[in-house]
Design a binder for this molecule. Structure first.
Ligand SMILES: [Zn+2]
Length: 364
């Protein structure tokens, strides 16, 4: 009977957001609550559970989970609280664990610690010792650091953007963990860093050029000796020392194969980099285009997306539309809680005059 401990710590931050976030941003589950939370949910842990639960010879130990939507940097004190709970939950079972599965994102950052996941893994390793395998799942926007590699044994990566393979990634991580326990495979990880940071439509895996890298990784994963493969493009707004794009290949005790394929993936990505450079329009050009067609139009500032951790309250586009005396209908997302409150107070169908945006980050 093998005992597998499962834990989670996930967030993506934007270092450029001046508003820090705290413990209160997180949904936290301890012990059995972790599985209750994930049951019937499309998540890495639910995917992993679906694999583990097919077996009668495993004991699953739900330890701890903390997850938050994207935000500004996490206050160190809040991270300390999460880290203590994460580590204590492992400590509680430390004498009786055969393997660990950790669901992580990879793009966390605190006001002081620029590699929080690496810290958690380092502390987990101190408790567990060198022989307990630790397998991770990570978002392809995560930053796999040297410390994370040192203190883990293998990993599975998202293969889709927009992300629709949470559960599938958890399944792949669980299968990798079971191969370590059952077949005694010896994962070796190779990664090759590519000196680019990319964003834009070509990163959509189903339709964009980035999909070629993913399909190559998926073909690799079909090989008997390849335990996992993927491409991590990092979150460009998580401004930490090890932020990069990197190919990652995990093989069964075959470092040459891992290195060869990681290098191949990195070279292929590098050769396609110019296709992944988005073409931007200036605000004036965008308004000119809108004037020539029938609306309504959506104006968004992708670099100010709350889904990547930005405040989302820049009013630069709105100011330009007013300046250009644009007369059409526009959908323009701006985060502004007091403005929403005033709109509710006024009621449906009323017109109000308000200042909009720039409350969280007045720089833009
Ligand atoms: Zn992501």
């Amino acid at each position: 009977m093998s005992r597998i401990l499962i834990a989670e710590c996930k967030q993506e931050i934007s270092s450029f957001n001046p508003v820090t976030c705290t413990y209160d941003n997180f949904t936290v589950n301890s012990g059995e609550q972790l599985f209750t939370y994930h049951n019937n949910m499309e998540s890495e842990i639910s995917g992993a559970l679906s694999v583990f639960r097919q077996r009668s010879d495993l004991t699953l130990i739900p330890a701890y989970g903390a997850r938050s939507t994207s935000a500004g940097p996490l206050e160190q004190e809040s991270f300390n609280r999460i880290a203590s709970a994460f580590i204590n939950a492992i400590q509680e079972h430390a004498q009786n664990i055969d393997a660990c599965y950790f669901a992580m994102h990879g793009a966390m950052g605190t006001t002081e610690e620029l590699d929080p996941e690496g810290y958690l893994l380092q502390e987990a390793r101190k408790i567990l010792g060198p022989d307990v395998p630790i397998v991770l799942s990570l978002d392809l926007h995560g930053i796999l650091t040297e410390r994370m590699l040192t203190h883990s044994n293998g990993l599975a990566l998202y293969h889709t953007y927009p992300h629709v393979d949470f559960a599938n990634t958890g399944e792949r991580a669980a299968k990798l963990l079971l191969r370590i326990l059952d077949d005694n495979v010896k994962p070796v990880v190779a990664r090759v860093r590519v000196p680019v940071l990319v964003r834009g439509d070509e990163l959509i895996t189903e339709t964009g050029v980035f999909g070629q890298s993913i399909r190559y990784a998926q073909q690799l994963e079909k090989q008997e000796n390849v335990l996992a493969a993927g491409m991590m493009i990092g979150n460009p707004f998580t401004d930490v020392p090890e932020l990069c794009t990197q190919s990652v290949v995990v093989t069964n005790n075959d470092p040459d194969l891992a290195q060869k394929e990681a290098l191949q993936m990195a070279q292929d990505f590098w050769s396609r980099r110019s296709q992944m450079q988005p073409k931007f329009s200036s605000i004036s050009e965008a308004i000119d285009q809108a004037n020539k067609r029938k609306g309504p139009f959506i104006f968004t500032d992708a670099a100010d997306a709350p889904s990547s951790g930005a405040p989302g309250d820049s009013n630069a586009l709105l100011a330009a539309l007013i300046e250009h005396n644009y007369q059409g209908q526009v959908l323009l997302p701006i985060v502004d809680a007091p403005a929403v409150q005033k709109a509710f107070e006024a009621g449906v169908g009323k017109t109000i005059t308000i200042e909009l945006g720039g409350r969280l980050d007045p720089r833009f």
